[in-house]
Write a new protein. Structure first.
Lengths: 298, 383
């Protein structure tokens, strides 16, 4: 079997990987055109702008590029972004897991309503999301006076930014897990329980290993969005330099001040974080390809 | 461990899945829950395991009331239809799971767990596969790993949900025989669910035939096969011919026959006579029976299956040895006279073949049927 295969490979060095069936495939020019459109579109609308960010950031040399990160305001913006993402992602991790668990493992009234609610941040404009928090926690909002009486600042302060980030990135993990857990069903959990495992042991040893890839993917997406969120955060931030500016807001301010190199330098950092996120995901998928395949096979 | 089930009810919304189940299961018994889909057999099995909360009723393990016990506390070995093996664990880790999750005080040490896993692998004939992952096993092997995993916790009772449902015919037959042997060796009280009557009859000590959330009949395999108490049981255990007839003056008459087929104690009235294809014999013209025309016949080795059209126009399926005892070789369009020799009689009422959701008819009350075996019947060619 192996022998004859290698022989045929020798006699036919350019053996096509897949035989094309003329009856079910499109004409060559159709395929070429479609491929070209896809590549041109990707290049024109994704790759070129991304490159231009780095080109502009480095236009005054590498020294100016790194000097951009020296300012206290920029460093404060980076710290605030990391803080907001650092709180929003774990919060949504807990929430997403609980929601997915509740929706897929239990039957209860209002399940459909909960699913719709989870999707709300996707459908609501981020500006509205920001305004919601102003209405609730702002000086004129219904909970605002109580908070100001207790000397807690929510709007135009760090808590507001964190809340808005959580709101906007709310669905990522839950949305990733629900279809996965629906497909997995409850047999594995019931088997674990019948073998005497506690609820926590079942979750830790059975459920979590089954969903870890979906969970990781959700976390990465959630993190990317948490760091990049502009609209909702912009509304609740108040744009106080060095205090309530996240990286995206800081980039806008720098840009409006005609500080192109610093603006694009910070933008390149944000883009880099996104690229690292994607690379991490691809790396994990590649590194654990066999495990992934094993868990997906039944 | 003997199990006592009393007046168990279960609802799914408006659907009444179990309607008052009473059942006694003896210690060490191998019991089959047999029925069509939707009959409640799996629900009952899951209720015993504690996977389904009950609306009403009690389940006792020995003398202990298990109704309020959680799944974990019940210590049952449950084998799922799709096995539910933990995909990310090796075979050994799967089997050891029930021991590894025990609280530290009750957990055997690692050496003891390893030894137990080896014993179980040996028992299910999978020695050497301990480091494999479930994805690397065949269906039959997965099934046996699931069984070993369930046995690892030394369960009070072993519960199997459609244990052979996902396997191909050959593996199914082998596993059936193997499970029977395993049961003999280990002696665990075992309950399994199946919709395959052949499987139930071959494997079980006793069979519980279920329909629409109720028990139709409980008995040994011989009892339920030879003396079905309800038309449903008769229908489900084989594909009987259902012949209209009547009881007059203590005799059973078939429609289109002038002589009584057999005596009966039943009151006069319309009845249905249930007889399996193999329970007919060809008889002479002066013996009570049915005249028919051979419509179609299919030879399978030493037997022949025939479709007959009886006087009333209905079709009758029978199965005879071939060639017959008088060396007669039947062909299509032959005239033939046949007599049912083993049959049951049930009072006639609406839709006897149907297992649909309409309310139960009178005839489905257990014990409403009478079983008959005609001792003297002059078979053609024998005298």
């Amino acid at each position: 079997m192996t022998l004859s295969h290698s022989q045929s490979a020798q006699t036919l060095p350019f053996e096509p990987l897949m035989q094309r069936n003329a009856a079910i495939t499109e004409a060559r020019w159709v395929r070429a055109t479609l491929t070209a459109i896809a590549i041109l579109f990707l290049a024109g609308f994704l790759l070129l702008p991304l490159l231009s960010v780095f080109v502009t950031a480095l236009s005054k040399g590498i020294g100016a590029y790194f000097a951009s990160f020296g300012s206290a305001e920029t460093q404060a913006a980076i710290k605030l972004t990391l803080l907001a993402a650092g709180i929003a992602v774990p919060a949504n991790l807990v929430f997403g897991l609980s929601a997915a668990w509740a929706i897929t493992k239990f039957e209860f009234r209002g399940k459909q309503f909960l699913m719709t609610l989870i999707d709300l941040p996707f459908s609501v404009s981020p500006v509205v999301a920001g305004l919601i928090y102003i209405l609730v926690f702002g000086a004129q909002g219904w909970a605002g006076p109580w908070f100001s009486a207790h000397d807690i600042k929510v709007v135009f302060a760090v808590p507001g930014i964190v809340l808005a980030t959580i709101f906007v990135t709310f669905p990522f993990i839950a949305r990733e897990l629900i279809p996965l857990m629906q497909e997995l069903g409850t047999d594995d959990e019931q088997a674990a329980l019948s073998l005497g495992a506690s609820g926590w042991q079942t979750f830790w040893h059975v459920t979590l290993p089954n969903i870890k890839w979906g969970l990781l993917y959700g976390v990465l997406l959630c993190n990317a969005r948490a760091m990049g969120e502009f609209g909702a955060v912009s509304v609740v931030s108040g744009h106080i330099r060095g205090l309530t500016n996240t990286m995206p807001l800081h980039i806008e301010i720098l840009y409006n001040d005609y500080q192109f190199v610093p603006a694009f330098a910070v933008a390149s950092l944000l883009a880099l974080l996104a690229l690292i996120t994607l690379a991490a995901k691809s790396l994990l998928e590649w590194r654990f390809a066999d495990q992934l395949a094993a868990t997906r096979r039944h | 461990m003997n199990i006592t089930i009393r007046d168990v009810h279960k609802h799914y919304g408006s659907f009444h899945a179990l309607r008052g189940i009473d059942l006694d299961i003896a210690s060490g018994e191998l019991l089959a829950l047999l029925g069509p889909s939707g009959s409640g057999k799996t629900t009952l099995l899951r209720a015993i395991a504690g996977l389904e909360p009950l609306a009403q009723g009690r389940i006792l393990f020995g003398e202990t009331d298990a109704t309020a016990l959680s799944v974990q506390q019940r210590k049952v070995g449950f084998v799922f239809q799709q096995y539910a093996l933990f995909k990310h664990m090796t075979v050994a880790d799967n089997i050891a799971f029930g021991l590894n999750v025990r609280p530290r005080k009750l957990r055997p040490n690692n050496a003891a767990i390893k030894q137990r896993v080896d014993e179980l692998l040996d028992l299910v004939q999978l020695s050497g596969l301990d480091q494999r992952y479930p994805a690397q096993l065949s269906g039959g092997q997965k099934q046996r790993v699931a069984l070993a995993r369930a046995l690892a916790i030394e369960p009070r009772v072993l519960l199997l949900d459609e244990p052979f449902g996902a396997l191909d015919a050959k593996v199914r037959k082998d596993l059936r025989r193997w499970l029977r042997k395993l049961h003999r060796e280990t002696g665990y009280t075992t309950i399994f669910v199946t919709h395959d009557q052949e499987e139930a009859l071959e494997l079980a000590d006793r069979v519980v035939v279920m329909n629409r959330g109720q028990i139709e009949q409980v008995g040994t395999t011989d009892e339920v096969y030879d003396f079905p108490k309800t038309p449903f049981v008769f229908d489900f255990l084989g594909t009987p011919n259902i012949l209209p007839g009547s009881i007059r003056d203590g005799g059973i008459y078939l429609e289109g026959g002038s002589q009584a087929i057999d005596r009966s104690e039943r009151p006069d009235g319309l009845v249905h006579l249930y007889a399996r294809p193999g329970d007919f014999r060809v008889v002479e013209a002066d013996v009570p029976g049915l005249d028919a025309q051979v419509v179609e016949l299919q030879r399978t080795g030493q037997r022949v299956r025939m479709s007959l059209r009886i006087a009333g126009g209905e079709l009758l399926e029978i199965e005879l040895p071939h060639p017959d005892s008088d060396n007669k070789r039947w062909t299509a369009a032959d005239s033939i006279r046949v007599r049912p020799i083993n049959f049951s009689v049930f009072a006639r009422s609406a839709a006897p073949r149907d297992a649909g959701p309409e309310p139960l008819a009178d005839e489905n009350i257990p014990g409403s049927g009478t079983s008959h075996t005609v001792a003297e019947h002059r078979v053609r060619g024998r005298n």
